[in-house]
Design a protein around this ligand. Sequence first.
Ligand code: MN
Length: 375
Amino acid sequence: MTKIHHQGEITRRGFFERSAGALATAGILTGGLDATEAVPDPGKKLESPTPDSTPKYGKIALEEHFAVPGTVPDSYTSLPTPESRLQIQDLGSGRIAEMDRNGLELCILSESGPASIQTISNTSEAIARSRRSNDYLAEHIAKYPKRLKGFAALPMQDPQVAAQELTRCVKELGFCGALVNGFSQVGEADSAVFYDLPQYRPFWATVQQLDVPFYLHPRFPLATRQQAYEGHAWIAGSAWGFAVETSIHALRLMGSGLFDEYPKLKVILGHLGEGLPFGIWRVDHRISRTSVRPKAKLPMAHYLRENFYITTSGAFRTQALTNVIMEVGADRVLYSVDYPYEDMSEATAWFDNAPISEPDRLKIAQGNARQLFRL
Ligand code: MN
């Protein structure tokens, strides 16, 4: 057994020792989730017996989105209300007030939405748009330097320019890393280019050298590759398809040997790991029993624990969080909301009262982020 696996065991044992009391209180370790609870009730929340409404700690959140004004059409179904379409364009007092109400000390903002850079198949247009977006973000976060920071939007259509833009954003604009919305359409609209491909290796060298994380955020699959969702548009988006798209992309990165070549790379996944913590044991188990093998030298679980960080964005569920902590350790989990697609108040009410140990809660709320971003 490798040293890394050994550390993983200690982390999980530590989790049990520290959290057993809290889990028992919640009924998790005492059979409280019995057969009558087996049918999930989406409206029911798992809470501790005495929820405290005062926000805990000064939380740091890192999947918090903005959009440049004029890029959010009224028809955008992910932001169905006029209020939410205004919230995503607010990089000022409204957002800060909402952070204050919910005990969020700092948010790292990133661009997301219908017109993400990754969907622009014209490379020079993608380059120009990402520069404008990053400059716009820098200008606004400068007004609240203690409350707002930024992730770079990158024109991955051109790996060399993407590396240059990331360098500019980190060194000149003080950004914390990059957030990229999945694969890129390059040259033609009906193309999907993933970042495990050889042309991206120099880009990853730059990411490792800058020592900043790369947040791999979901996106919609291409219209021509949605056969599995046909007649069921609701599956394709954030309900399920986002996790499928993003987990496949993350597995491609792992399996390609990227992390053997650049072992210090740090990739962040949202939504409690897009299903990977739940499935990773079986991934390795099946790899070991088939003749179709990835190029990577080590088990995928190794990379998930050593090269990935996982946030709580848009996944406010104690059962799933517990699984993530047991699989990768509490040191790799970070609080996030996914505002304004999700409510800060709902995320806070869940997280602040979730039956996990206080040392783990503090790490996830801010300690791990302070370490990762050297804050
Ligand atoms: Mn998001």
